[in-house]
Design a protein. Structure first.
Length: 127
């Protein structure tokens, strides 16, 4: 399915609830929600408030991502380039984020699941 999981396609098309949870890295996932700027535990960052709760299937052989995580409603974005400058106009808007998911494992991680951003774009209006 060219790198997009069934979950991502279901999420984007707005069809019925997906039958499977998202997967942790290295699987590429797509999420849709409102891009928000928040200060949590003294650090300001970008987060996506999801339109639908997300579950992520753990990988028992992975020390960091071993456990399943359910009812995820807010994901911290891990930005790799200059998105804070180039994409600042997206804050407060409905966005589409593609990337890889992983669980929080340092004090700088403020949500149970984070996404390493590969692409951040304005999403189509919700149907």
């Amino acid at each position: 399915m060219s790198g997009l999981s069934l979950l991502a396609v279901t999420w984007l098309l707005g069809t019925s609830e997906p039958s499977a949870c998202a997967r942790f890295e290295p699987a590429k996932e797509v999420i849709v929600g409102k891009l928000v700027r928040r200060t949590l535990e003294g650090e300001t960052g970008w987060y996506v408030a999801l339109e639908k709760p997300l579950c992520v299937k753990g990988e028992p052989s992975d020390d960091i991502n071993a456990d399943d995580v359910s009812d995820v409603r807010l994901l911290q974005l891990v930005l790799m380039h200059d998105e804070y400058a180039t994409d600042k106009d997206l804050v407060g808007k409905r966005v589409r984020v593609s990337g890889t998911l992983f669980t929080a494992h340092t004090g700088h991680h403020h949500t149970p699941v984070l996404i390493t951003v590969e692409e951040l774009t304005l999403a189509s209006p919700a149907r």
